[in-house]
Design a protein around this ligand. Structure first.
Ligand code: JBE
Length: 241
């Protein structure tokens, strides 16, 4: 199954980067196909206008609904289809999580709508909800200039989970937030040399004792999660003895 990814933006060149690194390989071996579109292609005035002043007043500009609607008609179609996932990255969205990435990794089509200015006329989102499966998601509590960077981050989080994408799927099982780690942060990693600038690899990792190594790793994951992400812990994890 090939996953089709579409990006609607007034800066479609942002998505040229998807032709390199891991994503480039996935595109080559047919796992994903990427289509970036310039929203201004669906304007009809000389200035290719995509924004206007906000109704009700206020600072800044709002993206007009018309270009989005015409772009949707051409790129997605005019028939409702719940198998199409439409993502609006926004600071007012729901926090994007690894489980959301996991769910989206089985999607056949994902369309990213990258807003700029103060945002997109809300009727665009309401219309999309009437037609497709819509996700308004946020990467974090800070404000970017638009949705493009978020769309790239979400793309990477999702595509790397597509079956057949990662050379060694087992490496996914031990990552932070993965189910294999019970949603805990990943333990610290080490490789050779055993001693480096007076800093040594923890002895337990060189012991060859798999039970002790597994316990050390679990304890470190719990310790790190308690220290850095108390929001992810609950009474079950507790603090390692
Ligand atoms: N934080 C954000 N700021 C602007 C657009 C999108 C954003 N986000 O997190 O998805």
């Amino acid at each position: 199954m090939t996953m089709r990814l579409d990006y609607l933006s007034i800066f479609p060149a942002y998505f040229d980067v998807l032709d390199i690194s891991l994503l480039g390989k996935a595109a080559v071996n047919g796992l994903v196909e990427v289509h970036a579109h310039d929203l201004r292609d669906w304007t009809h005035d000389r200035h290719r206008t995509v924004d206007d002043t906000p109704c009700g007043g206020g600072a800044g500009m709002v993206m007009k609904p018309d270009p989005w609607g015409e772009a949707f008609d051409e790129i997605i179609g005019t028939e409702p289809d719940s198998s199409v996932h439409v993502i609006f990255p926004s600071p007012s969205g729901a926090p994007f999580t690894q489980s959301a990435a996991q769910e989206l990794s089985s999607a056949v089509r994902i369309v990213f709508c990258c807003g700029r200015y103060e945002g997109i006329d809300h009727r665009v989102i309401d219309y999309a909800r009437s037609m497709w499966t819509v996700h308004e998601v946020s990467l974090g509590d800070y404000v970017l200039n638009g949705g493009e960077v978020a769309a790239l981050a979400i793309t990477e989080a999702v595509v790397r989970l597509v079956p057949g994408f990662m050379g060694n799927p087992e490496s996914l099982a031990e990552e932070s937030f993965s189910a294999g780690q019970d949603g805990l942060l990943e333990y610290p990693l080490f490789t050779r040399p055993v001693s480096w600038r007076g800093l040594d690899v923890p002895e337990v990792l060189m012991s060859g004792h798999h039970g002790r190594i597994a316990k050390w790793r679990r304890d470190e994951s719990v310790r790190l999660t308690c220290e850095r992400r108390p929001d992810l812990t609950d009474s079950d994890f507790g603090v390692p003895h």
